[in-house]
Design a protein around this ligand. Structure first.
Ligand code: SF4
Length: 414
C-alpha cells in the first residue's frame, strides 16, 4: 500500500507521525510523497487554534474526495470527535492515546519487509520524551486534548537516541508537549537535566537540540548541562505577553521581570546562544496601553527571534469566556508590529555572528551550494567542492549576515 502521513502542528505530532511512518515501513508499506496519489491518508491533526481545526477539516475533505481511505488522529480529532464523524462518516478516527494502533489497524503489506525503521528523508529526528501538560494556561486547549503530563522512562529515551545514532543521525530534537515537565510525574526520580546528562554519557549523538521550555523551569543545574558542547546553543522560551496583568490572566507562572532576569542570565553566560520566544497578541483584556507596554518590554529583551500568534478563542478554555475579547483587525495590526520587531531581532542576531566558527548540519545540497543550520540556529549558505551529504556536520566560518541567513564558507581545519 502507498500511504501518506500528513502532519499538522507541533513537534510531538511530528515525532508520533515519524513513529507511525517507521511502523508502516516495517510492515512493508511505502510512503507517498506530496505529488503521489496514496491509497491511505493518515492525518495527524492539531487543534491549537481555530485555523488549525479548519485546516484539518479541509484536509479531510480533500482526502475523502480523492477516494482515499482516511484515518484521522491527533488533537483536533480528539476534541472534535462527534462533529468530525457526523460530517465525514466514512473516516476512521483515533484518539491521541490510540495513535500508534493505526499501524496495527492498517496491518501488514503483502510486499517484502523494509529494513528501514525511520524515514531516511529526515535529517533531524524528533524524540518525544513526554506527553500532556498540567499547566492549564487559560487560553490553551492542549491539556484537554492531551491529558496530564506523562514521561517516558530514561531507559526508553536513551535506547531510542542510541538507535538513531547507530543509524547515522547527527542531531536529534528532544521534544514534548511540555518538555520542562519531564520527570515531574516520577515522584522526583528524574528531570530534564538528569535525562540530558544520561544521554551525554550513554550515547555519542553529536547534537541534542531542545524544543520549547518555560523560564521557570530553567535552573543552575540545567544551565550547567546546557554549557556542554553537544547540547545545541539554542533555547526557545515562550513569553506570551510582556504585561503582568495579561500574564496573570493567561495563568502563566512568571512575571515579565522573572522572564527578563532569566534571559539576561542565560545571555550573560552564553553570549552567542540563540534565544527565541512566542508571543500571543490580542488576548482578552489587552488594550492599547497594555499592548504598548508589552511591545516596549519585548523590544528590549536580548531575543534572537520571535514567533507571533494572534489569540485564538478555543471553546472549553477559561479565556474563551473572558470579557474584553479583541477584534480580529486589532490582533492583525498588533501581530504585524511585533513581527516587524521580531525581524529586526533576527537580523541583528544573525549579523552579530559574522566571523564566528560554527558546526552546521547540512540540510540541502544543490549544484554545489549547501544550506545548513548551526547549533545556534542560524541558516548558513555556502559553496562546497567536497560532496557533502544531507545530515552531515560541517565546520563553517560565518562571513556575512543577512535578514534570515548567513553567507559562510567551509572552515575545516579552521
Ligand atoms: S504550558 Fe500552557 S501553553 Fe503550553 S501546553 Fe501547557 S497549557 Fe498549553
Amino acid at each position: 500500500m502507498k500511504i501518506a502521513v500528513v502532519t499538522m502542528g507541533c513537534r510531538s505530532n511530528q515525532a508520533e507521525s515519524a513513529q507511525i511512518e517507521a511502523g508502516l515501513l516495517r510492515l512493508g508499506h511505502s510512503l507517498a510523497n506530496a505529488s503521489e496519489q496514496a491509497d491511505i491518508c493518515v492525518l495527524n491533526t492539531c487543534t491549537v487554534t481555530a485555523k488549525a481545526d479548519a485546516q484539518c477539516r479541509r484536509m479531510i475533505r480533500k482526502a475523502v474526495n480523492a477516494g482515499q481511505r482516511v484515518i484521522v488522529t491527533g488533537c483536533s480529532a480528539e476534541m472534535n470527535r462527534a462533529r468530525l464523524l457526523q460530517v465525514f462518516p466514512e473516516i476512521e478516527l483515533f484518539g491521541n492515546d490510540d495513535k500508534q494502533n493505526i499501524i496495527n489497524v492498517i496491518g501488514r503489506s503483502s510486499k517484502i519487509l523494509h529494513e528501514i525503521i525511520t524515514p531516511p528523508t529526515r535529517h533531524r529526528p524528533v524524540v518525544k520524551v513526554q506527553d500532556g501538560c498540567d499547566n492549564f494556561c487559560s487560553y490553551c486547549i492542549v491539556p484537554y486534548a492531551r491529558g496530564r503530563s506523562r514521561s517516558r522512562s530514561m531507559h526508553e529515551v536513551v535506547s531510542e537516541v542510541a538507535e538513531l545514532e547507530s543509524m547515522g543521525f547527527n542531531e536529534i530534537v528532544l521534544s514534548g508537549i511540555h518538555l520542562g515537565m519531564y520527570g515531574q510525574d516520577t515522584g522526583g526520580h528524574t528531570d530534564l537535566p538528569q535525562l540530558l546528562k544520561e544521554l551525554l554519557v550513554k550515547t555519542k549523538i553529536p547534537r541534542i537540540r531542545l524544543s520549547s521550555l518555560e523560564v521557570n523551569e530553567i535552573n543552575d543545574e540545567f544551565l550547567e548541562v546546557l554549557s556542554e558542547e553537544r547540547i545545541c546553543n539554542h533555547l526557545h522560551l515562550p513569553l506570551q505577553s510582556g504585561h503582568d496583568a495579561i500574564l496573570k490572566a493567561m495563568n502563566r507562572r512568571y512575571t515579565s521581570r522573572d522572564y527578563e532576569a532569566c534571559l539576561l542570565s542565560i545571555r550573560n553566560r552564553s553570549p552567542d546562544i540563540c534565544l527565541g520566544s512566542d508571543v500571543i497578541v490580542g488576548f482578552p483584556g489587552e488594550n492599547d496601553a497594555s499592548f504598548n507596554e508589552s511591545e516596549s518590554f519585548i523590544e528590549r529583551l536580548p531575543l534572537s527571534y520571535l514567533h507571533v500568534f494572534p489569540y485564538s478563542r478555543r471553546e472549553g478554555t477559561p479565556a474563551a469566556k473572558m470579557s474584553g475579547q479583541i477584534q480580529e483587525t486589532i490582533k492583525k495590526e498588533r501581530s504585524q508590529r511585533l513581527r516587524q520587531a521580531g525581524a529586526v531581532m533576527r537580523k541583528d542576531f544573525i549579523r552579530s555572528q559574522a566571523g564566528k566558527i560554527e558546526t552546521a548540519l547540512v540540510e540541502s545540497v544543490r549544484l554545489g551550494e549547501c544550506c545548513a543550520t548551526t547549533g545556534n540556529y542560524i541558516k548558513v549558505i555556502f559553496e562546497s567542492r567536497e560532496r557533502l551529504i544531507k545530515g552531515s556536520l560541517v565546520t563553517v566560518r560565518l562571513d556575512e549576515g543577512f535578514s534570515d541567513y548567513c553567507r559562510a564558507h567551509v572552515a575545516n581545519g579552521r
